[in-house]
Structures are given as C-alpha cells and as structure tokens.
Write a protein that binds this ligand. Structure first.
Ligand code: ARG
Length: 404
C-alpha cells in the first residue's frame, strides 16, 4: 500500500466510497477529505455531507459545477456531435475530467499528497479519473481503493457494519450514474443483452408507446454551435439541459440500448436515457448540414469520431482533444440559427431549419424555371466525373473480348 498522509476522495455517499473513507483512514493512516461534485445528479447533497462528517473526515466539499459542466464539457460535446460508437452521448465520460479537476484543486488547497476515486477495475471511469488527475498534477498519488482492496459486496457490508458506517437497507436493483447529460443504468437484468430492459430501469423517459398522442415541436436556437434558446426563451446552459430533458423525456425520446466496447477490452450491454442529448445532437447535426459545405462536413465527421473516442477512452487531457476543439470551434463559428424538432413517441425529428449563414441557395436548387443553375454545364461535368469509372469498364470489356 502506498504511503500517503492526506487524501482527497471523490465521494458519492454510497456504500463503496463510504467504506473507502474508513479504509483509507485505517489501512493507510491517512486523513481523508471528501469532495462531492454536483453535475446535476439530483442527489441529496446535505445528507451526503452529513454522512461524510459522521465518518470523521477532515473536511468536506460540495461543489456546484453544473454550469461549468454544461458550458465547458457538454456544449463541447454538442459541437462535436459526440456519440461513442454512434450511440452513447458520453454522459458519464464527460463528467469525469471535470470531477478530476475539482479533486486536484481541492488537493492543492488542502495540501493533500493523494487523490482517490471509487472506481472498480472493470470500467472506463478509472481511466478517466487517473489519466486526468495525473495530467493535471503528476506529483499526486492516485488511489483506487475499491479496485485494489479486493472486497466482495458482502465483505463491504460486513466491514461497514463493523465500523458503524450507515448502510441503506433498500437493495438497489441497478447501478446508476446520472448528470445533466444523461442517465446510465447498469447491472442486474440488464447484463443479459438478449433480454429487453425492464420498464423500471427508466426514470427520465416514458415508454414511447405511453407517450402523448399529440406531438410537440421545440425550437432550438444555436449560436456558434451551442444552444442558447429553447422555444424563444434564453436559458443558461444547465437550465436549458434540465428543461429539454424534461420535455423530450415526456415524449419517450432518448432511450438508448446498445452493445458497447469498453476500453478495458470487453463488451458490455449499456442502457441510457439521454433525452436532451439525443434531441440537441440531432438538431445541431442538421444545422451543420445547412451551413457547412460538403468538404467541411466530411472532414468534420472524422474529427467528431476521434473526439468521441478520445473522451470515451479517458483522454480528455490529451493535446489532440484540445487541438480538435480548435478545429471544431472554427467550423462552428457560423453554425447559428434555429432548428425545429418534432418530439413524438420516442422520436426527435428535425422538421425545419434556418440560418443567416445557410449555404443552401433556393435560386440554384429550385426545380422551378427561375433556377439560376446552368444545366448546360452538367453535360460535360457528367462526362468528366464519370470518366474513370466508364474507362475502367471499357478496358475490362476489351480485355474480356481479347480473352485475357
Ligand atoms: N458505460 C458508460 C461509460 O463507460 C457508463 C458508465 C457509467 N458509470 C458508472 N460508474 N456506472 O461511460
């Protein structure tokens, strides 16, 4: 066991991290400072703090980072249309680098020599915490007590009882991680990919078949790639996310169920509900298609995929992520305008878009006689464009007729 004297622990108030407090105090003889970062998970932060004090921590911090999370992490993901493996909006993945930066800040303030997180060895979160913390301050030790102590759940409960750690009596069916950008639901019946998720796994979304029969249209205004207004009302980033999660969730939008390739090497079946994320990414992607030309769009797709892969894989701190953001910001400079999205029984369908920077030209595109597009140019263009394809074909026919 590493020798450490003062540890800053990312604290959720759950069994794992509560046991971790005692374990770090007992086994490492360390003073423990707990940090709970509010990224919109809707927990009882007062109760979490009280529990920490009960466990004799040296200090406790509850940090409201909702605005920072929405503005500096989630909105970057919107600009990058970030969906890992085309599905997962990175809700948990985006929060980890922010939480890590808060842990490091507190460690500096409190003169701590180590930081600890409550991840197991099976997930991606350990990468996200450890790599970001090390990148921000390589001199800090990073401890992962839950991964490294090898206690089973029963042993943890036993340990908690022995040390007077309050444990919840309701046994939880699912393991939940949630924030402004979405809710991930793991464990229990979800571990069998052949079985549909039970309805009780979902809290933010209604089943699409139970959604209202009347569709609802939301109008989203974007400025330089980020949403600033919902139905004509200016909202702060985190307010906009809360509101849209609510509206779209009521229409059953945002349920995601897919097979995901974890960085540690195995596949897992993942279930999420991310109503705002699904709606905003759909809308933003559509607005980009109105504003950007086809070269920009095709290259951006590569940048977007790389961005999502890096963030998923715990490499928020990699210089490439920042460099991609410079490109993504530049491309989004004129991605401003409004998009109308119809929410209906689990679907978020873009039905209209508008921008002063649109590169769509009615006078060129129209099938009406007024079109300014000179069709006579098309004749030669078609011939030249198809030249290599037609030539390959001609040469093949010639070889075949010559019997070679
Ligand atoms: N599979 C997702 C990811 O890797 C969700 C992780 C949720 N984390 C959790 N501790 N339950 O980002």
């Amino acid at each position: 066991m590493d020798k450490v004297s003062r540890v800053v622990l990312a604290y959720s108030g759950g069994l794992d991290t509560s046991v971790a407090i005692k374990w770090l105090q007992e086994r490492c003889g360390a003073e423990v400072i707990t940090v709970t970062v509010d990224v919109g998970q809707q927990d009882d932060f007062k109760a979490i703090e009280e529990k920490a004090w009960k466990l004799k921590v040296l200090n406790h911090y509850t940090i409201d980072a909702k605005e920072e999370f929405a503005r500096d992490y989630v909105f970057r993901a919107v600009k990058a249309n970030a969906l890992y493996e085309d599905k997962y909006p990175l809700s948990a993945a985006l929060s980890r680098p922010l939480i890590s930066s808060k842990l490091v800040e507190v460690a500096h303030k409190e003169g701590a020599d180590a930081v600890a997180h409550g991840c197991t060895g099976k997930g991606n979160d350990q990468l996200r915490f450890e790599i970001t913390i090390k990148a921000l301050d390589p001199s800090l030790k990073v401890l992962a007590p839950i991964r490294d102590w090898g206690m089973s759940r029963e042993e943890e409960i036993e340990y908690a009882k022995r040390h007077g750690i309050p444990i919840s009596t309701v046994s939880k069916k699912y393991s939940i991680d949630q924030n402004l950008w979405g809710r991930s639901i793991e464990c229990g019946p979800l571990e069998d990919p052949a079985t549909p998720p039970p309805e009780d796994a979902f809290e933010w979304t209604v089943a699409p078949e139970k959604a209202p029969n009347e569709p609802q249209t939301v109008e989203i205004r974007f400025e330089s790639g980020v949403p600033v207004k919902l139905n004509g009302v200016s909202l702060l980033p985190h307010e906009l996310l809360v509101k849209l999660n609510d509206i779209a969730g009521k229409h059953g939008v945002g349920r995601i169920d897919h097979m995901e390739d974890r960085i540690v090497g195995f596949k897992s079946r993942e279930v999420y509900e991310c109503p705002a994320a699904v709606t905003l990414i759909e809308a933003h992607r559509d607005l980009e298609k109105l504003v950007l030309n086809r070269h920009e769009l095709s290259f951006k797709k590569l940048a977007d995929t790389m961005w999502a892969n890096l963030v998923y894989a715990g490499l928020w701190a990699d210089p490439l992520r920042e460099e991609l953001d410079v490109f993504i910001d530049k491309v989004n400079e004129h991605v401003s305008g409004t998009v109308k999205v119809k929410l209906y029984k689990g679907n978020a369908m873009v039905i209209a878009r508008q921008s002063p920077y649109s590169t769509y030209d009615y006078e060129v595109a129209t099938y009406e006689a007024v079109s300014t597009f000179d069709q006579s140019l098309a004749k030669g263009f078609v011939e030249l464009w198809g030249f290599p394809t037609v030539l390959s074909s001609k040469l093949r026919f010639r070889r075949e007729s010559e019997g070679c």
